[in-house]
Every structure is written in structure tokens, then in C-alpha cells.
Write a new protein. Sequence first.
Length: 642
Amino acid sequence: MPKRRYITTPIYYVNSVPHIGTALTTLASDVNARYWKMQGHQVTFLTGTDENGTKVFEAAQQSGQDPMAFVDAVSAKFVEVFRGLRIEYDDFIRTTEERHKRAVQALFERLREAGHIYLGQYEGWYDVSSETFYRESDLVDGKSPDGNEVRWVQEENWFFRLTAFQEPLLAHIEANPEFILPEVRRNEVISFIKQGLRDASITRANPGWGIPVPGDDTKVVYVWFDALINYIAAAGWPDGDWQSLWPAEVEWMGKDILTRFHATLWPAMLMGAGLPLPKTLVGHGWLLMGGEKISKSKGNVVAPMELAASLSQTANCELDFAVDAVRFYMASVLPLESDATYTRDDFDKRYNSDLANDLGNALNRSLAMSARFVDGKIPDAEIEAEVAEAIAHAKAGFAAAMDGYRVADATQAAMGLVRFLNKHIDTRAPWALAKAGDPALPSTMRSILMALRAAEGLVRPIMPVVADEIARQLGLPPTTEWSSIGEASSLPAGTPLASPKPIFPRIDTKAKAAEQRAKPQPEAKPPKPAAPPAEPIAIDEFAKVELRVARVLEAEPLEKADKLLKLTVVVGDERRQIVAGIRKNYSPEDLIGRQVVVVFNLKPAMLRGVESQGMLLAAVDEEGGAILLRPDKEAPEGAKVR
Ligand code: ME8
């Protein structure tokens, strides 16, 4: 059987339900697995739950439940959340399963027979939160280096001769630069090993929960020694066709469990048993909240499916698309070297700018224009060279990023194409080509649709349901093969397009903020008396004012003017620069991509030395601030307002 690409996540402790931190690694692995599947690789993607440790046993006791019933329930919760997030795993292992127990006992026996395991006396500290043994000298102010409580342990235990593997480990790491990624983690591991390893205690006194040591059931196997074996257990080791999966192509994890466990203990166990090592270990950074790691023990958790449900409400977008928006968020912030901070505000902002403005607009505009300019069908024409080049560039950028397991960079590469597409539409201005009867119109429209089709393929590993919806609106089947992205055959001419349907409505951040501001003010201000009506005018006087729908392309604060923003808008086929006094109420990212109404035939005026070639229409709030007007739904580019 040919070797498959085996990809694994850590198995999660079932002391509590999953949060966006734990979901992060699984999402990264899922994007990775889906991308490889599109590339045509045979992939097996493994995740699962870690159920035998002290921490889980104590959580079960605290909940007053039978431990097995407790782990069944929490493990099922992981399955439910992962399914909800569309994690397309191929296998889910639980360490309470028979196949896992057999592998753990077999590996223990094999290492003991090879002389790598001996009986000794353990005396030292134990951190239940991270299930780690510590020496007195490791402690910081009486706590573990991570600040967790520790307890004193004195027991007869079996030890693994980790010291014997110090040199072989260093040699392997040095000879295989791709073994530990990113490089900064590799350096951390090297210096950890060079400080000197100690033999590792690999059993605990049997509390009535865990995998008994073969031939000595007064003890159970230490949870880390036990858990790491899941990767080969799920591959079918010691019997079965395990060699078709093992060694893993990549093992994904957070940096917290890389150095001590996956990059030291685990490869030493494999070396001792004469088994090959995984090709690559990726240790990504953490997602923080309020300056701290999001974690079950700290209680600062955000549940991924709740986040999706809340987004679906605030943005009024379908829950299916909101789930993909959560996936997109995790993929685009996925920290590799450093950590990333989650705030709901940042989540909403990214949704608005990347999904509502960039992707949502690209889809709507492309389809709306196709309906008007090419009869709602994919035209048959040449692809413009710069579009072909942008697609090739994004595709290569995505692939190169994924080769280094840089999921956030791959996401950026995909979004780069979407942003290119929006800019390209503005520069090529199909509405102007149509007006001028320019024969280049079909080629421009086909190029636009081709970029959209390619973007559908590129975002698919990250947002599978959104990609399906883009394909549906294009009237085409989903892109399943990576190699077809950008190919002429992926966009059959003559295909009728569906009518555009928005997938990511904007969150009205101003309304949200106003709602929040309104809440803590119980004493409502008395309403201001309405201003007296102005002198009536005749209709032909009003008709002199030419009002048009424009789209904001760029927005930036005007230096040394704290009330002004400088905007570039496109009105039909013309670009205009407008200086608007709306900075108090709008930030540039609120504006880019949205439609506004402008006074088109206003004489240019100089504001703080900058020419303003028009004026935006806005309602005035109680404090004299601006509430911008916009069409009730996407209007044709440059439409007249009457
Ligand atoms: O350590 N940011 O399980 P665990 C990023 N059972 N990633 C995070 C995170 C955060 N805030 N919080 C959790 C265990 N993670 C062991 C693993 S493997 C043989 C045994 C992710 O439930 C990250 O991948 O504590 C981290 O390594 C893992 O969840 C820890 O999950």
C-alpha cells in the first residue's frame, strides 16, 4: 500500500469542553489536511481525546460522576464541536479505547525488554494542571514555571532512560532542519536538551484510573507517556498495516507541549523502540485574551460555536457562513513564532474588512456586473495577462506558505487575490467599457470571473461552505483539484451564473457601539425641538444637484485635522478625492468597500490644503456627528440618486 500523508493534532484533555484555543490547532491541521487532499495526496487526519490522567480523574470526581461516564460525555462534546466546525478528521482516538491500551502496554514492554526502563524511587513535585514532574530547582516561588500549584510526590515508579537519548536526539535535530518548526522553537528545544536531560518517571501510583503497567498493576502509566503513543496506536501499531501511515508527515501542537514532550520524550521513546520519528513537529504560538493564554484552567474561554452563533446574529449572516468566518479568523491569526491576541472587536473588524468588504464585495460585484454586461453567462474570451499572473502568484504563495506550515500566510495569499480582484474591477471599470462599447469587455469579465473562481479554490481549505456557495453562484461544481485552479477548463464558457446573493452582510459597528453607549444611560435626554423648515424650493432647483452612488476605495486620516478623512471614491467610471468631516464617527476601515451617496456636481473646494471633489451625504446625529447614507441594497456602480 502506498504511504499516506498522516497528520495529527494533540489529543485534548477531557477535563473541560473545547474553546477557541484548543480548536485552533485542530483547525490548522484541518486546513492542512484539506489542502493536501485537494492536491491529490492520500491523507489520514487524526485527532482525539486524552482521558487517563490525574487531571481528568479529579475533574470527574469533582463533578460527582463515574469517570468513564464523565469522559464519555466530554469527549462527545469535542466530537460535537469539531463536527460543528467542519473538522474533517479521518480518525478520532480516545485513550480509553482498547486499541490504545494495547499499544501503550506493548511499547512499555518493548522498551523494558530493551533495557530502557528500570524501577526506581521518585521524589519531587507534580503539577496536575500540565501533568508534569518538576524538581525543586525548577520551581518559581513554590509554583511550577507556568505558575500552577504543585504537589509533593514520593512513590516507587518506573523510569525511562531519557539521558541515554540526549546525543541521538541532538544529532537528529541537527541533521533534519525540518524536524522542528518554526526555527525559533527548534532553537529552544536544542538549548533545553543541551542543558541536560534527566531520566523520566513514566508511571504513577494506581488511583483506580489509567492504563496499568504490564505485570505491575500497583501502578498506571504516566499520562504523557501514555498519550504520546496515541499517534502510533491509531496507525495500527503494533499489528496491522501501521507502516502505511507511520511515520507521520506532520504533528501539529501548541508550543506548550513541544519542548519537553513531543520534541524530547516522544522521539526518545520511538528511538528506544526502533521506530521511525515523525517527519515534522509544528509548535505554534498561543491565542491570548487579556494578556493571558486562553485556557480551561484560567476560565477565560470563548466557545467557537457560540462565537459563530453570536456573529450570525450581529451580522445577520447565515450560521453556516458564520462558522466559516470563525474558521477564517482562526486561520488568519494563527500565530506561529509569536502569540496572537483575541478580542471580539478584532474578530468583528476582520469579518467586516476581509469577509464583508473584500470577499463579499468581490462576489457581489462580479456577479452583478456579469448579469448586466455579459447576459449572466460566463463569456468565452482571453484571460487578461495580469489576472492570470495574479492567480498564479496567489496560488504559488499559498503553496509555499503551506510547505512551511504557515497557515496565516497561506490565508493572506488567498485574500491577496480577492483584494487584487476588487482593485482590478475598479481599474478596468467594466461599466465604462460597456458604455463605450469597448470590445475588451468580454475578456475583462471572463478575467474577473476567473479570479473569483480561483479565489473559490484557494479559500476552500479554510472556508469549505463559503467556497461551495461561491461555486454555486458561479453555476459551477466545487473546485476539488488544486491543479485545476486558474485553468481555462475550470470556467466553462456559456455556463449560466446564479443571481448574486450576499454571504457576509457587514456588521454595523457604529450601530453596535451606539447600542452599547445607549445601554448605561438610564436618563434619556429630552428630545431637541425640530429645526424650523427651510424655504421651499421648486423641483427644478433640486434637480440641479447631481447625486450619485459611489464606492469608497481608499480612506485615510488627513494629517493635522482630527475631524477629517481623505477618501478616494469611484463614481461610475470616474475616481474622485473627497475630504469629509466624519472622522469622529468613522474609521477608515469602516468605509473601505462600502457604497455612499455623493454630491457629484459640487464645485471643488480646498480643505486644509487638500482638494475635495464632492461631498458625502449624511444624516446628523444629536451631537452633530455624521451617519452616512447608503443605498438599501447594492446599487449599480455610479447610479443616479433622485
Ligand atoms: O496538553 N492557544 O491537552 P490540552 C493556542 N492532552 N493553542 C492552544 C491554546 C491557546 N490558548 N489552548 C490550548 C494536552 N491550545 C495533552 C496533549 S498530546 C499527546 C497530549 C492547544 O487539552 C494547543 O495545541 O491541554 C495545546 O498544545 C493543546 O491545545 C493543549 O491541549
